[in-house]
Design a protein around this ligand. Structure first.
Ligand SMILES: *Cc1c(COP(=O)(O)O)cnc(C)c1O
Length: 414
């Protein structure tokens, strides 16, 4: 028997112009690859974790002591966020796209009784869970949340802050207020909003737990650390009911970040092996975020999203999103129905745009960490060319006019 050794894997550079992962900052890549070989109890690695925890509290605008990173991606953080949700718990979940739909699936898995889980283990129905479906392309409004919580009076309520599947911003203020009014503990998927929108989680006291990811708004690498934050009231509930997970246990995982019995301690204690590379990368991404400030970043996202939006509208596309890191669009009428083909054409030349992952099929173009006139102009021109390559018509003069109007001064200054 012979084992084939494949040739060395080479992965090309692409333009990450999708919903995420975003364009990792070169400083993050350097921090990752320059970290020395060190174990997870080496003093500088532990110091890096306690410093990262403190910077994350600042980025997220919170005094929550249980604020730290979960090794992995967004779903790792979200799985930890749902740790205190138990079988038979009454939950109302709002779903308006791919990701909040998967969050609702997680909730049904956590809430299902053993019998309900066994009946359909991959997609269980849980009698204690109500999922309110808001149509793709629409936001979850405060009124919808208010009505559902008033009617069902759940223990937990869930909503995505920004639904990346359809590019919609949901009403987090209305959600938090309704949770407070009806005594529900709010859980928020903030995977797409952290580092892009300027918000402080302490301004939303109805929300007791938040989860995000490394590779979108904070421009770190996937599989480093997914930020999470829990209020003391969440931790009290968890302490009473427990959770059937060692690795995704918020209280146990927090120990490695130097959070023990509700206090910051000097040095973390072992929970699981951490990566010096991941710690170095996460630490650097938070330093960059604080240097640039979330407020400034948020402004830049709005500014560049507006240019991209105007340019694709000038190409005859119809935009249905309102997030600032991403636009979701329908192609011009003569190319309708060819969204998937267009995305594949672009991806085959290293222009990494995305389709929607659930129906209807739309095109998603993201600008994570691509906040320069040059990068946005490049995306716009590539997209215009992709439309032409499919036989569509784009008048370059209209595109140039949009770019000139917004960027000529900026480009001249560069
Ligand atoms: C990207 C995303 C996720 C999933 O995150 P992964 O990093 O792929 O695990 C979940 N929720 C929302 C809103 C997202 O945008």
């Amino acid at each position: 028997m012979s084992t084939e050794i494949f040739s060395k894997l080479e992965i090309p550079h692409t333009i990450a112009a999708g919903p995420g992962p975003g364009n990792t900052d070169p400083r993050v890549l350097a921090a990752f690859s320059n970290a020395g070989v060190a174990d997870h109890m080496q003093p500088d690695v532990l110091r890096g974790m306690t410093e990262a925890k403190k910077m994350l509290r600042e980025v997220w605008g919170t005094k929550n002591i249980h604020t730290f990173g979960v090794a992995g991606t967004g779903w790792s953080g979200l799985d930890m966020m749902f740790a205190a949700v138990q079988p038979n718990d009454k939950v109302v979940a709002f779903s308006n796209g791919t990701f909040s739909g998967i969050d609702a699936l997680t909730i049904r898995m956590k809430c299902a009784t053993l019998d309900e889980l066994a009946l359909n283990s991959l997609n269980p129905t849980a009698a204690s869970v109500t999922v309110i479906e808001v149509p793709h392309g629409e936001s979850v409004s405060g009124d919808v949340v208010e009505a559902a919580l008033a009617k069902h009076k759940p223990k937990w309520a869930f909503m995505a802050h920004w639904e990346t599947g359809s590019g919609r911003i949901n009403d987090i203020q209305g959600f938090s207020d309704a949770c407070e009014r009806h005594g529900a503990m709010g859980l928020a998927d903030a995977v797409s909003s952290l580092g892009v929108e300027n918000f402080s989680i302490d301004d939303f006291p109805g929300v007791v737990a938040w989860a995000s990811c490394p590779q979108k708004g904070i421009c770190c690498l996937p599989l480093t650390y997914a930020p999470v934050s829990f209020t003391d009231s969440y931790i009290e509930v968890l302490k009473k009911c427990g959770t059937r997970s060692f690795v995704h246990h918020p209280i146990l995982e927090a120990r490695h970040w130097g959070i023990v019995e509700g206090n910051d301690i000097e040095k973390g204690t072992y929970h699981r092996t951490h990566s010096a590379y991941a710690v170095a990368a996460f630490h650097e991404s938070l330093r960059i975020t604080l240097e640039q400030t979330v407020a400034k970043r948020a402004k830049e996202y709005s500014r560049h999203e507006a240019v991209l939006r105007e340019a694709v509208q000038a190409m005859g596309c119809h935009v249905t999103s309102n997030m600032t890191s991403l636009i979701v669009l329908n192609l011009p009428k003569d190319l309708a129905g060819r969204e998937m083909e267009m995305v594949q054409n672009c991806r085959s030349v290293g222009f990494g745009i995305w389709p929607t992952l659930s129906t209807p099929v739309q095109v998603r173009i993201g600008i994570l960490n691509l906040l320069t006139p040059a990068a946005i102009s490049d995306i716009i021109n590539r997209f215009a060319q992709a439309i032409r390559d499919m036989g569509g018509e784009v008048d370059q003069r209209n595109i140039d006019a949009v770019l000139d109007r917004h960027y000529s001064i900026a480009v001249a200054a560069e």
